[in-house]
Structures are given as C-alpha cells and as structure tokens.
Design a protein around this ligand. Structure first.
Ligand SMILES: [Zn+2]
Length: 417
C-alpha cells in the first residue's frame, strides 16, 4: 500500500549536512541523518551530504545488507516514478525508555525506528530505596519484552529520565532534592548488570522530555525552545541551537529552585520560597487539600471525602472546569508565579517555543493562559515577538519517547567508538 509521506523539500536542508568533528564514518552520518529527519530518499540523502550517486549507492546497500535500514514507502510527487524512502529496519534492535517520576514510572518499548510498540506505567514512591525501584523497573521491562515476544538480547539500548540533576561525566544523580537514597547511586551499573547487552543512558527528566519534543513532537525543527516540566517538582529542559543545553556539569534548567518569595514555605532543597514549593502540581494539590478541609470550596470539600483527605492537581482542574472559584484562583496563582519566573528565563534565552508538560499537562487552559499572560506582561517585547507558549504535544508520553530517542541516538554514537 502506498504510504502518504509528505515530500521533503531539498531546500529545507542545510547543504552539505553539518558533519560533527571526530571519527564519524559516512554510514554513521546517514544513520544520524535518518534519526534526525526520518525516512529520506537516496536522491535527497546524496544531495544533503553532497555525495554523488555512485557514492551513496554502495553506502546504502551496505547498511541494508547489515540489516540496519530498508527501503519502503514512497514520496508523493507529481513527477514521474516516485522515489523510494530509506528508513530504519524496525527489528534491527529494540530500545527501552524509562520515565521515572517522584510518584510514578512509565516504561516504553520501541522498535529500531523509535516507534513505541508497548508501554506500561504505574504509581510508585521514589523515596523508597533505589534497589526496590530499579528491581521493579527491570520486572516491567522483562514483562513488556515477554509480552511482545522479543528476546531480551534484542534490547540494545535503555534510556532513563530521572527527577534530579545528572552529572553527565559520571552519569550519577547529584543532590536530588528529597531523594537522599539516590545520591550518586550507580543506576547505570545496576541496569547494565540486568541487561549486559544494552547500552544504558541516563539524563534529567526535563532534558529527556525536551529531547522527545525535539525529535518527535512539536519541537521538531525548532532550534531554540524550552520544555518546562511541572509535576511534583519543576524543572526545565533547554534546547539551544538544535541540541540539549546541559551546562558545564549537567545542572542546567533547574528553574524550580529559583526563589520567588523569601518568606515562602521551606522547599525540599532546604531553602525558602522556591518556585516549586509554591506552584508545582504538588503545591497546588496541597493548597487544594488545605482549602477543602477549611471549607473554602464546596466542590473540593465534597471531593476530598472520597479521596482520603488528599486531593491532586487534577482534582483542582476538574473543580475549576466545573466553575469552582477557589480552584480557578489556585490555578491562576500558580500559573502566574510560573509565568513571572519564566519571563526572566525568556529574557535570557529568547526561545521561540515554550512547552509546558509533566503531570500538569492535562489540567486545562486556565493554567496555561495564566502562564502566558504573566510571560507576555513581564518579558521584553522583542523576546516574546516570535514566542509560542503551548502544552507539550506528546503529553504524558514525552518522557518515554524522549528516553527512547536518546537511547537510540546515543547507541549509534557509542557503537562507533
Ligand atoms: Zn528549592
């Protein structure tokens, strides 16, 4: 069946494709290209790399022979015979993406093209010991692999997003707030013991989500954008010139601990009045619970009786949508605090896209509108002239898609060494 694939104009490409420094073969460059831009015809590949037809043909043939890529699907054109597309061979190997949050874990299994073929998520408490959590993650991976009838040895790469700063030279979590047991815990080593054939990659969860949007979401083709994860905590993944900006040691984007109220509540980091202690999903839920118990919202008070005296940010969203004034005020205040803080970030980085994701990505438009209003009010007009502010296009899947994309992309690079 002819697939409906939009023709990619050659003019969109930078010619020749920017080769990175280092020992990178032409075949590796083609693989990197396909990861970044998706299925491409031989003609477009040759054009992008400035290769002659005589040079591209044996390169592609060799990758097909090795089972890494295949030809399939046509480009829709109105002229002559439609060219065939070069794409990854789906069963060359499989990748696992893990999105580890403070209160839940999501695991995705993807084929070599990055397509998620199965996923599973469940609540968990991350302050349990790392051994217990990682053991459970391995069980979930093994269940997925078994269910999909894929040999465990076919897992070639595993990407993990973790809720805290990761030192990228050691791949260790450093001072993760509220998670003392995870401090420099050797996650990579643990996973490698369970899956010795796979390459293991770890990064901060907001970076991973930003990478997911960059490769497979609304951030595709956007060179400078910010992904703000708002869940139990708040953190940002920064895309700068088409790549994740990690800073000098891997601690970039930690906006959740910017002080917004010197007299505010004590944060998990030990400081007072951090943004996340006042505006995260957890803060919204705590304020809602308090308000409901104090009788400030009839709707929330009614809801809390069936919730063991513990509301969530989603409960607030439902009540706000039903017209509850207290809930609307809570979402508006949190959105404004986040927006005011982000206005400073926007002034510094001048992104063209700002995505809001994490646990709050489904709490309605009131929250997003408040963020948007505060940013537009507080930022320099030039820095917001081309700025779009949206919810994450990948929603709750941003983490696993990002982790899978990262694993498959870095796997290629590791293999080359
Ligand atoms: Zn803090």
């Amino acid at each position: 069946m002819k697939q409906n694939i939009k023709y990619r104009s050659k003019k969109l490409y930078t010619k020749p494709f920017n080769k990175q420094k280092g020992n990178c073969s032409d075949a590796d460059e083609i693989i990197k290209w396909l990861r970044k831009f998706g299925p491409t015809s031989r003609t477009d590949l040759a054009y992008a790399f400035d290769f002659s037809r005589a040079k591209i043909t044996p390169l592609v043939s060799d990758l097909i022979r090795r089972g890494i890529i295949r030809e399939g699907g046509n480009i829709d054109t109105n002229e002559g015979r439609p060219p065939r597309l070069i794409r990854f061979k789906e069963d060359f190997g499989y990748a696992i993406g893990v999105d580890l949050g403070a209160t839940s874990v999501d695991v995705g299994l993807a084929d070599f093209s990055g397509h998620i073929v199965a996923c599973f998520g469940e609540p968990l408490v991350l302050c349990s010991s790392p051994e217990i959590i990682l053991k459970r993650i391995c069980e979930i991976i093994n269940d997925l692999v078994e269910k999909e009838k894929i040999g465990k040895e076919c897992i070639i790469a595993i990407g993990l997003g973790v809720p805290g700063p990761v030192d990228f030279s050691t791949k260790l979590l450093v001072s993760p707030c509220g998670l003392p047991g995870w401090e420099v815990y050797p996650i990579q080593e643990y996973m490698k013991q369970q899956f010795p054939q796979a390459e293991i990659f770890i990064d901060n969860d907001a970076n991973i989500m930003a990478f997911g949007e960059l490769r497979a979401g609304i951030g595709k083709g956007v060179d400078n954008f910010i992904f703000l994860k708002v869940g139990t905590g708040i953190g940002a993944g920064i895309v700068c010139n088409g790549e994740i900006y990690q800073g000098s040691s891997g601690c970039s984007g930690d906006v959740g601990h910017i002080c917004v109220d010197k007299e505010g509540p004590v944060c998990v980091c030990g400081n007072r009045g951090c943004l996340q202690s006042l505006a995260s999903g957890k803060a919204i839920a705590e304020k809602a619970t308090h308000g409901a118990l104090e009788g400030q919202s009839p709707l929330l008070s009614e809801r809390i009786s069936s919730k063991e005296n513990k509301l969530t940010a989603e409960d607030v969203s439902v009540a706000a949508a039903a017209g509850d004034a207290f809930s609307n005020k809570l979402l508006q205040e949190s959105g404004e605090l986040i927006g005011e803080t982000l206005a400073g970030v926007v002034n510094v980085l001048n992104p063209s896209l700002l995505l809001i994701g994490g646990g709050v990505s489904n709490i309605g438009h009131q929250f997003l509108s408040s963020i948007r209003r505060a940013i537009l009010r507080r930022s320099h007009p030039l820095s917001t002239r081309d700025l779009r502010i949206e919810y994450s296009s990948l929603g709750m899947k941003a983490g696993i898609i990002g982790a899978v994309s990262l694993a498959l992309e870095l796997f290629q690079m590791e293999r080359r060494d």
